[in-house]
Design a protein around this ligand. Structure first.
Ligand code: ATP
Ligand code: MG
Length: 396
């Protein structure tokens, strides 16, 4: 058969809903797919008729895997493209694709070329009949088939029977930019992932307390950010020295309010960095009741210092549910490495679980937070991480 080409066909999800903004989302998604396959020399991405196509990479599994991580993609199908004029050839190709299958199957046909001489049901029936005659290990099951062979008649004919489900969501960058407070723990990387899934570009802020926290614990956070680039694309990671602020709080404020005052200071700094970088929201890994600083009252008292919305994707998740996502996205093994972080260094003996905002505000008067936070921001550094940097992270 001539002019047959192996390619990857990509189906997209929610951006179908986007009405007038649709071209914007579609262009953004195309850009993200292009970035995801750029590592493969010769791979070309195009869009046609409600589908994206990657040509020049045949059915390379690594390319398929990368596309599955692009938010906004619904599913990825290794497909065959061929001329549509010979229906006989289409049937022959269908038999070839299905020759090793066993069990039940169905053919589903779709026709965007309305001038094509056959309707979809007729195409499906005829191709199905050919496949059935060619492979005695197959029988038809319309309702619940083991294998679905798709036949799409567009400018060309496309056939595929394997579908890799992607993650859905919306293309990163299509819904603004937020700053995640990224600790070395399990939760905040998951929160970043979930926010990015809604199309939000993610930058990160980490608070570091040398010499109480080590270079290794800082490297752990850098590694987590690198792992996140698989989904989030580019991430600017700001690292803010927090030791001085913690020490001042420790010396001058009530012990039981230590954590809450620390968290308020973190939020103020993260918010200032976000505003400077044109971000419009903060993201944290908090979940109701998980620790003393995550009771509703504690959340209220951290919110008290934020004008920007604070996104807390994990707010109603159980720890086990969060861990499941962390494993799925590949951050878990790094998150559980036993390095200290700044919150574990200065822990109050009896943290307040129901802080009153007025009390906390009052305690804050003991410390010149404005000056300390300004200095911390001056001393902050940042690094830019990019799609693909996850390769540099040691796998466990
Ligand atoms: P995580 O698993 O993300 O560390 P956690 O359950 O340990 O969360 P806390 O330590 O109370 O919870 O922190 C709550 C949230 O505050 C974190 O999810 C994160 O968003 C932010 N946070 C805590 N410590 C830091 C830090 N050192 N740098 C940046 N953000 C932090
Ligand atoms: Mg933590």
């Amino acid at each position: 058969m001539e002019n047959v080409e192996k390619l990857i066909l990509i189906r997209f999800g929610e951006i179908h809903l986007k009405g007038q903004n649709r071209p914007y989302f579609e262009n953004m998604l195309q850009r993200r797919i292009r970035e995801a396959v750029a590592f493969y020399e010769g791979a070309r991405v195009s869009r046609h008729d409600g589908r994206y196509f990657v040509r020049g990479a045949e059915h390379n599994p690594e390319v398929i895997e990368k596309i599955c991580r692009v938010f906004g993609v619904h599913s990825v199908c290794p497909a065959v493209q061929m001329p549509k004029d010979s229906f006989e050839d289409i049937c022959e190709m269908a038999c070839e694709l299905m020759k090793d299958e066993k069990g039940s199957f169905k053919v589903h046909a779709r026709r965007s070329d309305k001038r094509y001489p056959m309707g979809s049901p007729e195409i499906a029936a005829k191709v199905g009949e050919a496949v059935l005659n060619a492979n005695e290990n197959l029988h038809v099951d319309i309702k619940n088939p083991d294998t679905r062979l798709e036949v799409e008649i567009r400018d060309k004919a496309f056939l595929y029977s394997k579908v890799y489900m992607a993650r859905g969501g919306m293309p990163v960058g299509s819904n603004g930019k937020a700053y995640v407070l990224l600790s070395g723990g399990i939760d905040s990387p998951v929160a970043a992932y979930m926010t990015a899934k809604r199309g939000v570009h993610i930058d990160a802020v980490h608070f570091d307390s040398p010499p109480y926290t080590s270079a290794r614990s800082r490297q752990k956070v850098i590694d987590l950010a690198k792992l996140l680039t698989d989904y989030c694309g580019s991430i600017r990671l700001h690292i803010v020295p927090f030791t001085e602020i913690q020490q001042e709080i420790y010396e001058k404020c009530p012990d039981e309010e230590l954590t809450i005052l620390m968290r308020r200071s973190m939020m103020r700094i993260a918010q200032a960095i976000a505003i400077e970088g044109n971000g419009t929201a903060l993201v944290t890994g908090e979940s109701i009741g998980q620790v003393a600083s995550q009771t509703l009252e504690s959340l209220a008292s951290t919110n008290d210092v934020c004008a920007l919305p604070v996104i807390r994707p994990l707010i109603c998740f159980d720890k086990s549910e969060i861990m499941e996502v962390a494993r799925d996205i590949g951050t878990y093994e790094t998150s559980i490495l036993p390095y200290e972080d700044c919150c574990t260094v200065f822990v109050p003996r009896h943290p307040k679980t129901h802080p009153k905002i007025e009390d906390v505000r009052k305690s804050e008067e003991n410390v010149d937070f404005a000056a300390l936070e300004a200095r911390a921001m001056e001393q902050a550094t940042f690094m830019d991480l990019h799609l693909g940097d996850s390769h540099e992270v040691e796998q466990y």
